[in-house]
Design a protein around this ligand. Structure first.
Ligand SMILES: Cc1ncc(COP(=O)(O)O)c(C=O)c1O
Length: 452
């Protein structure tokens, strides 16, 4: 019998998150205060103390609190699959594995950090969390986590997704969250954006600004972010830590790891526990491929520079590859990948040459998603359809070269609420969007000036 699924028992679930910071060859650049432009912690009124400590921690392993582990155990460990049927359809000698995070209650990897953040918020005595969401996956995860810990939850949902995905809103409301389309009339920045354009499609950057403004104005609230910052990537490393054990069960080691990047959290959660083998020189040839949409090609087309994490310039300034904080990406279906910047840890590793990046158009990603659905059965969210495209391309290269490479896909979630996008693809209405060079140039003109 050839095993197609690799299970860990609940008592084998890792009990520590892995922090890459002590293993980086050069330290990360500092985070800068948006007004003073001096190095700063994350703004303390917005974030919990625990999240702030983890953001800058130099401890290699950080204990997962027992209360967080107990909730992780409602859906973890997740399964590592071997994609035999896809391999056969591609007629490739490559071995394709995928770690599937779509079995969490919210349907993606996002609860891994939402649960931790809600736990620390409750523990530090706060009652409410405010956040943004793009595709609705992150908002769903925080709504779920807040319901587990008895916290109120307010979600600013990017308007284009709010309109495209009413079922995600209903999911969040079922878990007890209040959801508004962003830009909204609930904040000053939202009102300003709506005054400029009553039909504003919104962006993650604007929704972040709204959630930050909300948390800053409410003393009983903390802001929660679903990606980009170090502590979020840290919480996601449970994925890669589990996968390492499962790949060992499969007697396999990845030659190539592929994942989509919006702010970078799911993919970093998978690859950081592996990259330490590359950083230490043990596995110098392992390839780590970050996949982004052509519509928001941050690593492949953006400069590495200082920029605000949000549109209004309220979030800290971070050094990252960026398309400019004012950039509004075209409304592609992979809503979670429509962000102007990228996790500083990923940018740093890309700059140092430890990870690669590739940008792909949305039509070929859905083509890969449909091929995956018709072989492995899973309906994939538009974001990880990007991984599938590149993984399939790499497997087809193996077919040409005859190499039996091991490819590991960081499959971040299901697409059960994205069927309208599949419908567009299947009916031939789905379009690609060219990289909007002019719009990026315009947005890059307003980068903050930071003395080097
Ligand atoms: C299923 C899924 N994958 C990936 C992403 C991209 O975010 P990140 O790069 O932080 O994993 C999202 C964001 O919403 C998502 O919902």
């Amino acid at each position: 019998m050839e095993r197609a699924m690799f299970f860990l028992d609940q008592n084998e679930m890792p009990t520590k998150w892995y922090n890459v910071q002590p293993d980086l060859p050069e330290p990360l650049p500092p985070i800068l205060h948006p007004a003073t432009k001096e190095p700063t912690r994350l703004p303390p009124p917005l974030f919990t103390e625990a999240a702030n400590d983890q953001e800058f921690s130099m401890e290699r392993y950080i204990e997962i609190p027992e209360e967080v582990q107990a909730i992780y155990r409602t859906y973890r460990p997740t399964v590592l699959h071997r994609a035999f049927r896809l391999e056969k359809a591609l007629d490739t000698p490559a071995k394709i594995f995928y770690k599937y995070e779509g079995t969490s209650q919210a349907g993606s990897h996002k609860p891994n950090t939402a649960i931790a953040q809600a736990y620390y918020c409750k523990k530090e005595g706060f009652k409410r969390m405010a956040t943004e969401t793009g595709a609705g996956q992150w908002g769903s995860a925080l709504a779920l986590a807040c319901s587990f810990f008895g916290l109120e939850c307010k979600v600013y949902m990017v308007r284009v997704s709010f309109n495209q995905k009413p079922y995600r809103r209903i999911l969040m409301e079922t878990w007890g969250a209040k959801v508004v389309p962003s830009p909204s009339t609930d904040t000053d920045i939202g009102k300003k954006m709506l005054a400029e354009n009553g039909e504003h499609p919104g962006s993650l950057g604007i929704a972040i600004s709204e959630a930050i403004e909300d948390a800053a104005k409410n003393d009983d609230s903390k802001y929660s972010i679903g990606s980009v910052v170090n502590h979020v990537l840290l919480h996601q490393t449970i994925i890669g830590e589990e996968t390492r054990k499962q790949m060992e069960m499969a007697d396999a080691y990845p030659d190539i790891i592929v994942g989509c990047i919006g702010g970078g959290s799911n993919f970093a959660g998978q690859f950081l526990p592996w990259i330490r083998d590359k950083l230490s020189g043990k596995k110098p040839d392992m390839r780590i491929i970050c996949v982004e949409p052509m519509a928001a090609p941050t690593l492949t087309k953006g400069p590495y520079t200082w920029d605000f994490g949000d549109t209004a310039g309220m979030a800290p300034i971070i050094k990252m590859y960026t398309l400019g904080h004012g950039f509004i990406p075209p409304p592609v279906h992979a809503g979670g990948l429509r962000y102007h910047g990228m996790a500083p840890i990923i940018c740093h590793l890309y700059k140092l040459g430890f990870v690669e990046a590739r940008a792909v158009h949305q039509v070929p990603t859905f083509e890969a998603g449909v091929q995956f659905a018709r072989t492995e059965g899973i309906i994939t969210a538009p974001e990880p359809c990007h991984d599938l495209r590149v993984a399939i391309d790499e497997a087809l290269k193996c077919k040409e070269s005859g190499e039996a490479k091991t490819i590991l896909i960081a499959h971040s979630g299901h697409g059960h609420f994205d069927l309208a996008a599949y419908d567009e693809y299947l009916s031939g209405r789905l379009q690609d969007y060219e990289y909007p060079e002019d719009k990026v140039k315009e947005a890059l003109a307003s980068l903050p000036e930071v003395p080097e």
